[in-house]
Ligand binder design. Structure first.
Ligand code: ADP
Length: 596
């Protein structure tokens, strides 16, 4: 019996070896590698199954299509698009996963593997990491004064300023377009602005902006960084205006800004900033080059000085040398779920939280700078907003127009927090509500007409039509539409309206009021927690020079924007991020151009 078993095992092993060799041979010879046809397969994504369809001919994988998935829009888009493309391009399922979307990437790869198994493929061969044909990659060498890594708000501000200070500049942007998070943001910019604030009867001072920023971040920011930030915020507005950017005359309080000093551009979202930079760059294109689809991978360090950067284009290898300096402006890591989870200490779990960010900010600059010796500060400080679209996590669809004229109620129709509080305070309170979900409630004061738009260029009528907001002539009807208790909602609004009259601090601690919620139509919009900003990152000094672990300047390396840490502390005020990109983008650009 034993002998028989042994013989069977040997026979089976021989058969297996034969079939592997057999498959390997046919695959290598390129004949009969696959059973031609179209096959489906499923893999496990972050929110369930990912289903793909794979088409093969005798020798090649000719197409990979994602048929079904529930992955997070924005975060997983790149994985769902690029992995299938790369599989076809490299004829391999050993292609690189996408940073920040590893689970979705692996889900696609697993699904394709299953489909290819049905096609009789030799999986082992296909799993080999494809060798990029190095010889066929175009080698591009660039020699400029300043290389800027990242074409978001701070990178472009740095590029423009470096040029204004005499430098020849190259910007490397890994996405197919520039703009980063700035272009998709609500675009509010905090600055003490005597002219505009006086008109609205708002008293303010740079010291107050300092105190609110520093204390609003629990005093863990570096005081000299906060000081540099608040002092240069208004000059940043003047600088943008000098290049043609227009801001509205009205000052408002954006969510979590704590004070009415938020400026709103005339152009929708953050397009005004990016257009302003791009107009300047277009006019000076002889000296400022932007390379998109170019992902920086490594800093080039010689004798302790950063002298350039290596990058990967779609079909090129780029070596960009900077005679004066390299500016790191790669944004934060809110779009990188693994990195969020690695550093998170503030929240219970960030795996299933969506993000307001585009897919680019995956912490690349933080890795690169750390490898070159940079110190990282405040990495555990991750900002969530209570303002995400329930489906996508994005800020679009947010119906609030400013802090003063809206309240938040939970699913029962009750208020639960000071709606003018810090962002972390509001989000923590939201997590304690049923399904961590709330309604923003406001009235005609925020939308005088159905055509009135929110900060994301969406009219309230459009939002109602799309089922993203609800509209009613009475609070009772609104409550019915959103499934809340009508009495609770009516009481919540009545109580709020009393406080608007007295302007007294209410039981939640709210102090920011303007109009009552008393004029139809009334509106409601659903919101959930969403990952927004990572306050930690590369440590810099007030000249935007990057510091090492001993507090010493790393020569040739500068950083600005969300990739840096130490400016906002544990909680960033609403409206301070765009000001940060402009203030430190400008400082980094100038310092780099001077080779400071
Ligand atoms: P900030 O304006 O604060 O710098 P953003 O996230 O708006 O932050 O912009 C960062 C930009 O940097 C994004 O456009 C992003 O795609 C880009 N980026 C991120 N990593 C890299 C990289 N490795 N190489 C080139 N560009 C990058």
């Amino acid at each position: 019996m034993k002998k028989f078993k042994k013989a069977l095992v040997l026979l089976l092993s021989a058969l297996m070896v034969f079939s592997i060799i057999g498959c390997g041979k046919t695959q290598k010879s390129g004949k009969g590698a696959f059973k031609p046809g179209t096959y489906t397969g499923e893999g496990e994504g972050i929110h369930g199954k990912i289903q793909v369809e794979v088409t093969v001919d005798e020798n090649k994988i000719t197409a990979v299509k994602v048929l079904k998935h529930d992955e997070t829009p924005g975060v997983s888009d790149l994985a769902l698009k690029k992995i299938p493309e790369d599989i076809v391009k490299y004829q391999s399922i050993g292609v690189d996963t996408i940073a920040g979307a590893t689970v979705s990437s692996k889900g696609v790869l697993e699904a394709v593997k299953k489909a290819l198994e049905k096609a009789g493929a030799n999986i082992k061969d296909l799993e080999k990491k494809p060798e990029k044909d190095k010889a066929s990659l175009k080698k591009i060498e660039k020699n400029v004064d300043v290389v800027v890594i990242g074409g978001g708000g701070s990178g472009l501000a740095a590029a423009v300023t470096a040029h204004q200070n005499g430098a020849k500049v190259l910007v490397l942007e890994k996405m197919p377009k520039v703009g980063g998070n700035t272009i998709i943001s609500g675009a509010a910019y905090n600055a003490v602005d005597p002219k505009r604030q006086a008109k609205a009867g708002v008293e303010d001072s740079v010291d107050k902006h300092y105190t609110q920023t520093y204390e609003g971040g629990d005093k863990v920011a570096k005081p000299e960084m906060v000081r540099t930030f608040v002092e240069n915020a208004y000059p940043g507005i003047e600088w943008l205006e000098s290049m043609g950017m227009q801001f509205k005359d009205d000052i408002f309080t954006v969510l979590g800004a704590l004070w009415p000093r938020s400026h709103k551009p005339v152009k929708p979202l953050g397009t005004g900033y990016i257009e302003t930079y791009m107009n300047y760059i277009e006019k000076n294109k002889a000296d400022i080059e932007i390379m998109v689809n170019s992902k920086a991978t490594e800093l080039i360090v010689e004798n302790g000085k950063v002298v350039g950067v290596k990058a990967e284009g779609a079909d090129d290898e780029i070596v960009a040398k900077a005679s004066k300096g390299v500016v790191m402006a790669t944004g934060g890591f809110a779009a990188n779920v693994e990195m969020r989870n690695k550093y998170n200490k503030m929240w219970s779990d960030l795996t299933n939280i969506k993000t307001t960010n585009h897919v680019g900010p995956t912490g690349d600059g933080i890795f690169m700078a750390e490898k070159a010796g940079a110190n990282l500060v405040g990495m555990e400080h991750i900002q969530l907003l209570p303002m995400g679209d329930p489906k996508t996590g994005s800020l679009s669809g947010n119906i609030e127009q400013g802090v003063e004229n809206r309240i938040f109620v939970n699913k029962d129709g009750n208020r639960f927090v000071d709606e003018g509080a810090r962002r972390d305070v509001m989000t923590k309170a939201l997590f304690e509500q049923k399904d961590a979900s709330m309604w923003v409630i406001l009235d005609k004061h925020s939308y005088p007409t159905g055509d009135t738009k929110n900060n994301f260029n969406e009219s309230i009528d459009e939002l109602v039509k799309a089922g993203r907001a609800y509209k009613a002539d009475t609070l009772e009807d609104l409550a019915k539409q959103i499934g809340a208790n009508p009495d609770n909602l009516k009481n919540a609004v009545a109580e709020f309206n009393k406080s608007v009259e007295t302007k007294a601090k209410d039981k939640f601690g709210r102090t920011l009021y303007k109009d009552k919620i008393d004029t139809a139509p009334f509106y409601a919009g659903a919101r959930v927690p969403t990952a927004h900003h990572t306050m930690g990152g590369i440590e810099i000094n007030p000249s935007a020079q990057v510091l090492d672990k001993n507090g010493k300047v790393i020569r040739g390396l500068y950083a600005a924007g969300e990739t840096t840490g130490g400016i906002h502390g544990s909680n960033r005020l609403g409206g301070n991020a765009l000001a940060d990109t402009v203030v430190f983008g400008r400082i980094a650009g100038k310092s780099a151009a001077e080779g400071k």
